[in-house]
Design a protein around this ligand. Sequence first.
Ligand code: 6R9
Length: 650
Amino acid sequence: MSETLENLLKETRTFEPPAELAANANVTADAYEEAAADRLAFWEKQAQRLDWAKPWEQVLDWSNPPFAKWFVGGELNIAYNCVDRHVAAGKGDKVAIHWVGEPGDTRDITYAELLKLVSQAANTLTELGVTAGDRVAIYLPMIPEAAVAMLACARVGATHSVVFGGFSVDALSSRIQDASAKVVITADGGYRRGKPSALKPTVDEAVAQSPSVEKVLVVRRTGEDVAWTDKDVWWHETVEQAAGTHEAQPFDAEHPLFILYTSGTTAKPKGILHTTGGYLTQTAYTHHAVFDLKPETDVYWCTADIGWVTGHSYIVYGPLANGATQIMYEGTPDTPHKGRFWEIVDQYKVTILYTAPTLIRTMMKWGDDIPAKYDLSSLRILGSVGEPINPEAWMWYREHVGHDNAPIVDTWWQTETGAMMISPLPGVTATKPGSAMGPLPGISADVVDDQAQSVPNGGGGYLVLREPWPSMLRTIWGDDQRFIDTYWSRFENMYFAGDGAKKDDDGAVWLLGRVDDVMLVSGHNISTTEVESALVSHPSVAEAAVVGATDPTTGQAIVAFTIPRGTTDISGDAGEKLIQELRNHVAKKLGPIAKPRQIMLVPELPKTRSGKIMRRLLRDVAENRSLGDVTTLQDSAVMDLISSGLQSGK
Ligand code: 6R9
């Protein structure tokens, strides 16, 4: 990139933590000082949140960068830490998971029940021939068995690879093959949008292409008919019949815990490898610190899918290591009605909610009256993850969900980082709408320019991490060289995150989207995020996605795809008038350089299963190309919807 990112958007609003929360917060400002004084001693202290079977000899071995070893020589069992030890501490009757099925069925699972389920599943995996170091693929809907399966793998030392239920045969089989998975755990199907949605046929096809698979363990969820092969065994005929006790063995702190494939926008997906001790230390610590979790009184809900890293770190490992009581929801937010999320918050008196900007913008689109119908007063902390949260979406979240006082923690991290890296602390940080604020204690994040120099306040550039952190990826599965090339070669001795960022005048960090998405307009680097945020700040706009399309005069020109808010009239001339108004609105907010060449009003945007906008596909539309790889798209019909809307001139 020729010059660093323009610094367009200014935000002056700030929100102090509520006094009572600050007074009782798990983590105070001292944590920053403590970590700054001695980063390794700080992480060593956090590791003591866990039960270790054998203590470590060295906190960090960084003698062969970028290959880190944390808590060298230490041994622990992850499932023991997430389940057994809470039962041993007398908390067996505490609910671990309030599960809510989409059709309305529910299950409350205590820690004692979870221990039995995980032990049974561990015994079954052992019986199926799974031993420590083997890989197991998990392709399940959001049912408790998904968490049980992950914990059972961890318990026996098998490395799990969770694949989003709903990914195609190709996506599933390439992931199974890349990891040479021995067993696949799946279900007949799950419920989505009010109907059973089959999973088993996809698995059958994928397994037929994957010679490494010896057994397929199948949970019965929908009860629909499924084809059966000689590799298949039913969960209810094995796990549910297995012995309910299992002795957990400790594993090395660097034992491989899981592989998770990043969406892979172009080439082959990358199998991000995480290990045991450092990963659990940082997920548990950040869950405790950023959500201020009080395990005895809080009801925590992370709305992510288990197939996304957020589900791994903040549904399964972090919360369970901390002995939390949490909600797990199977379905979509609008089934059977658009108030479903708020109904669950109201019914279970959820105190901490962790969701994604895409969901918040969708709720904005559906209208303020929907959350207003429910009692959301139990909510005391709101989290956001997955994309930059536009300032107006942040304000909406605060006003309509957080009753104008629950702090919002905008948490920046990646599959690769394993746990949160940049976020406010709810009892410490005065927050600004749209900013993830600053690195957490023990984390060295920075923004640098092309020459790897730290930018001053007010400057923009690339987000980097200067020091190794406990939950960092250890490599790309089977491809150390790609690990080095992708993350450690852009700048010397720094991890390159691939995100653009800026520091404002107070030093707060603003994430600006993926560097690959940055637009170069007449020699200026303009971030997609800032233009999108400017569009979303217009009262008629619910969501926006912006891309740079080739342009003969400006190099690239800004093309925006915009979803109008629920009640906006866009018929006939009104649509054209709105488009002109929006172009002027952006120019006024950000300056004439950022004025979109073209704005299209669309009903939907293409998103990944974790809710990220796939700008690459929109670029294809904007440049009149045929669409690239759509296998990670949540709903493939969306692109037809967008293209047909465009052709008919809407
Ligand atoms: C956890 C997760 C990682 C990418 C990351 C960045 C974007 C995530 C964000 C955010 C701005 C935040 N991202 N959280 N951008 N603010 N709070 O999302 O992991 O699916 O691997 O995506 O998501 O671009 O680089 P993953």
